[in-house]
Write a protein that binds this ligand. Structure first.
Ligand code: BES
Ligand code: ZN
Ligand code: MN
Length: 527
């Protein structure tokens, strides 16, 4: 039965989003029979409405001080349960605090399916940002991957009402509506990315993933082109085809194109390249049968994040033209698999000696980086579960970011900060580049024992032809083994919202660089 599941059945979250609507403050209809209501409490000015049946003194005595991160569940007999959530001091609650608060509210009442949550007035975030963050937190916290279970693992959310803050005028109500819409699209992207990465590797092979992309693309206004074995041979994609040799399922490269309405010469253009290894056994360099190996169905999380981000760009009204390349195959050991010492020719003719079959990600990415660089565009950003070394360096929650153009790296870091998906820049230390020299080919696919995340980045840089480029290594944050708020256990969908935010705010980095130098020159002249 499971074997006959259609690929789309594996990604139910995309089409099963709870209803989310907005109610104005103090409207009697405001809270449409919710089963639970989240109410903000400000630290240092604890106040609660009389109808909850507890006064401020009792609330404080129960430990609800209003500190950020605190929640207090007030179960009620004749009306919705109340979940008080702390915002921190007046004006302090930014998007991170409110995303966490939305999650804490939703998790305080796990058996409730119809929730309302009141946006704090006078938060640190503007009403739109505050509403967006609350919605993201609520929806993402109650995510679960259920399509392979007989019974769903928890109570699904059906409806969420976001109630505008009590000082809200009609302007801020509109802002709340905008924020809610944004929050729903972005949460939906993350949930789609989680579903894709959670799907078992034999049910979501490269051809399956391509099929999902075709179907989703049709719903989301994307152009989708799928390249199979023959097309990849014609393109000379020796990296992707080489890695694919050990498996029985064919490789696929999926090219997704999002064009904003009215796109023209002045439209900023961003290319995204994603690692889509549907399962990484290590190939002939077989991974040990340990806990990390057991997560390797998620080795397509980069590709999944790109697909998910592209699927929401039209809904979000993105003004950047975005092209996505998903490089999809499994990495399997077999009689036909890559051997150590084999040499592959990447798109564009660079030869690479394979000295470790487990350093497969960079091989499949190389072909796409070359293809992306062949098309007109302002920047390339790639995303990949690329190195255990990055996980070692930054821990499991933070992505590593590398790049050859600081203004672009800064845009990636800014997008990461806005989404609560932490990222930290690591150095593209060219002094280590000689470690990738091969005795028989132009490059080899692995350097020495130390600095592995840097070696991988330096390898990728060889293929970007000088185009402004940034690389996001998500080997750590793609997986979460202890749930915390909206960061649920398992595959995290990390990067989907980051990339969507990046595309929404994207400025061609060459222009940005010029602006910067102009400013510093004129500032010096003024001094
Ligand atoms: N997919 C792995 C990277 C990875 C490791 C992701 C651990 C998440 C957790 C990648 O293909 C890989 O195997 N990288 C090797 C590279 C090495 C052989 C140069 C690694 O990091 O060990
Ligand atoms: Zn891998
Ligand atoms: Mn590997």
């Amino acid at each position: 039965m499971a074997q006959s599941m259609a690929a789309l059945d594996l990604i139910p979250s995309w089409s099963r989003v709870p209803r989310v609507d907005v109610a104005p403050a103090r409207d009697p209809e405001a809270v449409r029979d919710p089963e639970a209501v989240g109410l903000p409490v400000v630290q240092g000015a604890v106040a609660v409405p009389a109808w909850i049946g507890l006064g401020p003194g009792a609330v404080e005595a129960a430990g609800m001080t209003g500190a950020a991160g605190r929640v207090l569940l007030v179960p009620r007999e004749d009306g919705p349960d109340v979940v008080l959530y702390g915002t921190g001091p007046e004006g302090a609650a930014g998007p991170d605090v409110l995303r966490d608060a939305g999650a804490a509210v939703a998790l305080a009442v796990p058996g409730r399916s119809r929730l309302a949550v009141v946006v704090p007035s006078g938060a640190g975030a503007k009403p739109a940002e505050a509403a967006q963050a609350l919605v993201e937190g609520v929806l993402l916290a109650r995510y679960g991957f259920d399509p392979l279970k007989r019974e769903p693992s928890g109570t699904a959310l059906e409806a969420v009402t976001v109630v505008a803050g009590s000082d809200s005028d009609s302007d801020s109500r509109e802002a709340v509506e905008r924020g809610v819409e944004r929050g729903v699209w972005l949460a939906r992207a993350t949930m789609l990315a989680r579903d894709l990465a959670s799907a078992p590797p034999s049910l979501l092979t490269a051809p399956d993933l391509a099929e999902v992309a075709v179907r989703l693309g049709a719903q989301c206004g994307l152009k989708v082109e799928v390249f199979g074995q023959r097309e990849l041979e014609e393109l000379g994609c020796g990296g992707l085809l080489g890695v694919n040799r050990g498996g029985v399922d064919e490789a696929r490269m999926v090219k997704l194109t999002y064009l904003p309405s009215g796109a023209g010469d002045g439209t900023p253009r961003l290319a995204l390249v994603g690692k889509g290894i549907t399962y990484d056994s290590g190939g002939i360099s077989l991974k040990p049968a340990d806990a990390v190996h057991a997560t390797m169905k998620n080795d397509m999380s980069g590709a999944g994040a790109i697909l998910a981000a592209l699927c929401v760009l039209a809904g979000l009204g993105c003004r950047t033209a975005v092209t996505g390349y998903l490089m999809c195959t499994d990495n399997m050991p077999s009689g036909s698999a890559l051997k150590l010492g084999d040499v592959l020719w990447m798109r564009g003719g660079t030869s690479v000696e394979v000295v470790n079959a487990d350093a497969e990600g960079r091989l499949v990415m190389a072909d796409a980086l070359v293809l992306a660089g062949e098309e007109p565009g302002d920047a390339i950003v790639d995303i990949a579960t690329l190195t255990g070394a990055c996980l070692r360096a930054l821990g499991a929650e933070t992505a590593g970011v590398f790049g050859n153009a600081q203004p672009l790296v800064d845009q990636v870091l800014d997008a990461a900060a806005r989404t609560g998906e932490p990222a930290w820049q690591l150095p593209l230390s060219r002094r280590y580049r000689p470690e990738l020299d091969s005795e028989v080919a132009d490059l080899k696919n692995m350097g020495g024992p130390n600095g592995g995340a840097i070696h991988a980045a330096l390898f990728l840089e060889e293929f970007v032809a000088g185009r402004p480029w940034a690389h996001i290594d998500i080997a750590g944050p793609a997986q979460n083994d202890k749930p915390s708020g909206w960061r649920t256990k398992g595959c995290t969908g990390f990067g989907a919202r980051l990339l969507a935010e990046l595309a929404l705010a994207f400025t061609p980095p060459s222009t940005a660089a010029r602006t910067d130098s102009t400013r510093s020159i004129s500032e010096e002249a003024g001094r």
